[in-house]
Design a protein. Structure first.
Length: 119
């Protein structure tokens, strides 16, 4: 179950203000962000991390979001890091996937921190 957002592209709802509505809709579409398929350099990424989350992970992420609200991604990150430092790879992967489902950039930071060798 993937969730998509599409900005309104038509102006049928406000024909009298069509030029203004078209201008506002055009700017909204230009500012729209989609971090699912684009890398930081603006090119498409071919990583396995770009795949849609499984139904199980999506349900867990939605449940986690329902429990923790807008701070759910940060809470999932804390749990992923705690599992990593406890040496529980299975729990780490689970919480990292939930973090990735809620906030890809935050999950990338967690994964980058886990890949750094200890000094």
């Amino acid at each position: 179950m993937t969730i998509h957002f599409a900005a309104a592209s038509g102006t049928a709802h406000a024909p009298a203000a069509a030029p203004i509505a078209r201008g506002l809709a055009r700017r909204a579409r230009a500012r729209a962000a989609n971090d699912n398929l684009m890398g930081t350099n603006g090119h498409a990424r071919g990583s396995a991390r770009n795949r849609a989350p499984s139904e199980e992970i999506l349900r867990a992420a939605l449940k986690h979001f329902a429990e923790h609200g807008l701070g759910a991604a940060r809470t999932a990150r804390v749990r992923a890091e705690a599992a990593f430092f406890a040496g529980d790879r299975q729990a780490y992967d689970h919480w990292l996937e939930i973090t990735r489902t809620l906030d890809r950039r935050l999950a990338a930071q967690v994964a980058a921190g886990a890949e750094r060798p200890a000094t």
